[in-house]
Every structure is written in structure tokens, then in C-alpha cells.
Design a protein around this ligand. Structure first.
Ligand code: GLY
Ligand code: MN
Length: 508
């Protein structure tokens, strides 16, 4: 047997026509039920209309991205690019290699076309022989008609994409979301180079490159998500509700986390279980940081033990099937009761968070939230004598000359939240930090204080204590709603939460 034959047999390829006919025959008709994600379609259509209006006469290309190899012949679970998810309503697992194209019409509007890899027929080799895409291996996908019915747009086979994209190059402006699919972007750059975009100028009269024009599209699609529609807000409520279930489960599992050892891994697993069960999974790698690990801001290794006297900082969020994610942090006394030093730090962070939350209202600036919270942090650090001699609160808050407090809280207090945990990341400073809060925005308020175990500037009793409290706020017409309010926040409420979970009465 040649090596090629051996390989073919090993992978179960057909040996003859009889086998092909046998494997293709006698299957029940497929279900015609629409997936639950179809509910997003009318909202996605409105977003495409906004993109269409912003770029009349231009072809807009928004790739979902492709499968990514984890190792050898194993891929990561697929997650579409957020811009693609937003403009199609397609969420978890859908659809690898798909490309949304907004094709310009004469009247300035666009036809939405989804190029994707439709389900292959049962009479094809892909059906049973393709371990990356075949139905036998990874399950069924929709067909062209299914997608047209689900999303109310035109669907074409991915093999027609090259022809569709190359049409009228030179007379049609073409923009692509570059990080959606780097190979497709490179192919499009080769076609566009010299044919389109060159010589065009922006509002300031500067010559724009192809890349500048692509970046404009990505920026538009990112900032479009600053204000959430009603469907997005409902998705966020679901994500946050599921996240609360995960936190409850972690608290209930703390005794086992201690008993089994390697407790941070246990906590990560418990939260992950509930994230997967309630939603699509975690929206970002959970930070399960016990003791001094809490002072490493993005501690996602989660390799540590948990000891009874520790604080456990859990920063975690469930991503629902539509890919919207929560982002909540609670800092929990593992014993059920804060020590005096832990409570002192916790209550300071809580006061800072309250100040930050009070600043969340329409018309306020996004940066007001941080300014309010960090002032309270600075006041506590000053009162505790931690700022250098002669440095008062105003001095440290002076961004040019101070910033001493940043030794103990180096991160910002807030970020937008939605399809990405750090949503709308392409917004410019004036559209983000410098912008006015508007009803429908969803953002976090998450101050912290971090006293590293090896920080010789702080009293010994504070060393190794790290606290962050994080909630997800919806800006309303007259203030804000704390979407994660169901999760206790004050030090005494957190103690009661833990006590109730253990069937104990809270200590007085
Ligand atoms: N929850 C992680 C972060 O906001 O960076
Ligand atoms: Mn956050």
C-alpha cells in the first residue's frame, strides 16, 4: 500500500461508488426551525442601514474570520469578529469564513450579501470526509435559503466571494474590516492597490491610504456600539443574570476549593461550568485571584491555592449566545468574615465605587466617573499616611505633577461593555473619555486598591491585600441603573451572602 493510500484509508475516505451511495442515502429531512439568534435580525438590519448611510456608493466588507488552529489538527472554538456579529446578529460558533458584504446600489443604498460556506449535500465528500467542515465531524450548518430566511438578507456561496469583491474595482470604493480576516485583507489590498482609494483626500485635505479608509470603517462600526439598542440591553441583562448565578456557585463551592487545594483552578472551573451552562461561556478569561494574586491586575493563570484567611478577587463574566458579556468583580473573604485590615481596604474601595456610580448620569463626562472614584481613593491613601510627605490629595490628583496614588490603583475605573468586554475600543479619546454619557450606554465602574505583599511603603497589615469591586451600569434618562445590583456589594452584605450560602446566619 502506498503512503497516500494508507492515509486515505486511515481517514475513512470512500473506497468505491457503492460506499458513497450508501452513506448519502436514507436520511430524514432536516428541521426547518429558525435558530433563536434570528430574533436579533431586525436589529442587525438597522445597524447595516446605518453603515450603509455612512458609506454610500462603497463596497463594505466585514469578515467573520476563520477557524484558528490551536495545535496540529485541532481548532479553537470559533468566535466571529464582533463587528460581524453586530451587523448580522450571528453569535456563538457562526459562521466560520463567512463574509458580510454591503454592496452599493445606484441609489446610494446597499444590498446586504452574506457569503458563507453553506451546508454541503449528503452526496458530497465533505459530508462525511472533511473533519474541519463536514457534517459528520462538526455538525450541520445552514443552507443559503436558511440564512436568507433567518437574517433577511441575500446569501451566496463563499466560492463566489472573489468574483463579487473584484467587481468594478477602480470605480467602486472598497473598505474592509482588516482584522476580521487578514488573508482576505491581503488579497483585497493586492486588488485595490493602485486601483482605488489612492489620491482621495480626507476632510483636512490629507491623502488617504487604503488603510486609512479601512480604519475609518472599523472606527465607525466600533463607535456605533457606544449606545445599545433595546435588544442589546436585554442581552446584557441576561448575561449579568447568568453571571450572578456563577458567583453564587463559586461562593457555595468555596469550602471544596479550600479542601481540594489548587483552589483558584477550582473557582475558575465552577464559574466556567455555569458560564457554559447558562450562556456561551466566559466573556474573557476569569481572574480568580486569591491573596496577593489579586494585586496582579490580569491574573488569569489561576494556578494558586486559596487559604482560609485570604480575600478571593473574582473578576468574571458570562457571555451569552449572542456574545454580549457581563464583567463583574467581587472580592470575597474566604473565611466568611473580613479581617479589620481587609475591611478597611474594602470599605474604602466601596466608597470610591459609590462615588463613581453617583457620577454616572446623562450629560456627565465619561471621565467624571474615574475622577470621582479616584478622588475617594486618594483621600483614603492620604488619610492613611501613604502618600509621600507633603503630598496632599489635590497634589496627587494633579495629572501632571502628582499621580502618586497610581502606585496602588494604576488602572482606569470604567470601560464600555457589550460584545467585547472592552467594547468600542476604536473610539477616539474625545468619543470615549471626553464624551458625554448618553442613555443606553453600558459601562463598568470598578475602582480598586492593590497593596502588593512586597510593597515596603505600606504597613505590614495591608501587604498582600487587593480589592476591586466592579458593577455594570446602564445609563438611563435620569441617572443610571446598576444591572449587577443583585450581587451584594457592601462588606456586611458580602459577609451575609457567604454566610447564607453556608446555611449560617450572618454574624452581627
Ligand atoms: N474585567 C477585566 C477588565 O476589565 O480588564
Ligand atoms: Mn472590567
Amino acid at each position: 500500500m502506498s503512503e497516500e493510500q494508507h492515509k486515505a484509508d486511515h481517514r475513512g475516505r470512500p473506497s468505491n461508488d457503492e460506499f458513497r451511495a450508501f452513506i448519502a442515502a436514507s436520511w430524514a429531512p432536516r428541521s426547518t426551525d429558525k435558530p433563536a439568534q434570528a430574533l436579533a435580525a431586525p436589529y442587525a438590519a438597522l445597524r447595516r442601514a446605518a453603515a450603509s448611510a455612512a458609506f454610500p456608493g462603497e463596497r463594505l466588507v466585514i469578515p467573520a474570520g476563520g477557524l484558528k488552529v490551536r495545535s496540529n489538527d485541532c481548532d479553537y472554538v470559533f468566535r466571529p469578529h464582533s463587528a460581524f456579529a453586530h451587523l448580522t446578529g450571528l453569535g456563538s460558533d457562526r459562521e466560520p469564513d463567512a463574509v458580510l458584504v454591503l454592496e452599493p446600489r445606484q441609489d446610494g443604498s446597499h444590498e446586504s450579501i452574506l457569503y458563507f460556506r453553506p451546508l454541503a449535500g449528503r452526496d458530497t465528500e465533505e459530508f462525511f470526509g472533511d473533519s474541519r467542515y463536514g457534517e459528520f465531524w462538526v455538525g450541520a450548518r445552514p443552507g443559503l435559503a436558511d440564512i436568507e430566511d433567518e437574517l433577511a438578507l441575500s446569501a451566496r456561496h463563499i466560492d463566489e466571494l472573489a468574483e463579487g469583491m473584484g467587481k468594478d474595482v477602480g470605480s467602486t470604493g472598497i473598505r474592509i474590516v482588516r482584522d476580521g480576516d487578514r488573508d482576505l485583507t491581503a488579497a483585497l489590498d493586492a486588488v485595490r492597490d493602485g486601483a482605488t482609494a489612492t489620491g482621495e483626500t480626507d476632510e483636512a485635505g490629507q491623502t488617504q491610504t487604503i488603510r486609512d479608509r479601512d480604519d475609518e470603517l472599523a472606527h465607525f462600526l466600533s463607535t456605533m456600539r457606544l449606545v445599545k439598542d433595546e435588544w442589546e440591553i436585554a442581552q446584557m441583562r441576561d448575561a449579568i443574570r447568568a453571571t450572578a448565578t456563577g458567583f453564587d456557585a463559586v461562593i457555595a463551592g468555596l469550602p471544596q476549593a479550600l479542601a481540594h487545594g489548587r483552589g483558584e483552578r477550582w473557582v475558575e472551573g465552577i464559574f466556567g461550568l455555569h458560564a457554559r451552562h447558562q450562556g456561551n461561556g466566559v466573556g474573557y478569561d476569569s481572574i480568580c485571584a486569591s491573596g496577593d494574586h489579586a494585586n496582579t491586575l490580569h491574573w488569569i493563570k489561576n494556578t494558586g491555592d486559596i487559604a482560609s484567611g485570604d480575600l478571593l478577587l473574582l473578576d468574571a463574566g458570562v457571555e451569552v449566545d449572542s456574545l454580549f458579556t457581563a464583567d463583574v468583580t467581587r472580592t470575597l473573604p474566604v473565611s466568611g468574615r473580613f479581617t479589620e485590615a481587609q475591611r478597611k481596604v474594602y470599605d474604602a474601595v466601596y466608597a470610591a465605587q459609590e462615588a463613581g456610580i453617583a457620577a454616572v448620569k446623562p450629560g456627565a463626562k465619561f471621565s467624571d466617573i474615574h475622577d470621582a472614584a479616584i478622588r475617594v481613593i486618594a483621600e483614603h491613601l492620604h488619610a492613611w499616611g501613604l502618600l509621600p510627605e507633603g503630598v496632599d490629595v489635590e497634589t496627587t490628583l494633579d495629572k501632571d505633577n502628582g499621580n502618586y496614588h497610581r502606585r496602588w490603583m494604576v488602572h482606569g475605573t470604567s470601560h464600555h461593555l457589550g460584545l467585547d468586554v472592552h467594547d468600542c475600543a476604536l473610539a477616539l479619546r474625545e468619543e470615549y473619555m471626553g464624551s458625554e454619557l448618553k442613555p443606553g450606554m453600558i459601562l463598568t465602574v470598578e475602582p480598586g486598591l492593590y497593596f502588593k505583599a512586597d510593597d515596603l511603603l505600606v504597613p505590614e497589615e495591608l501587604r498582600g491585600i487587593g480589592v476591586r469591586i466592579e458593577d455594570d451600569m446602564l445609563v438611563t434618562v435620569d441617572g443610571c441603573e446598576n444591572l449587577s445590583a443583585a450581587m451584594p456589594r457592601t462588606s456586611t452584605d458580602v459577609e451575609s451572602w457567604i454566610a447564607n450560602s453556608r446555611g449560617l446566619t450572618a454574624m452581627p
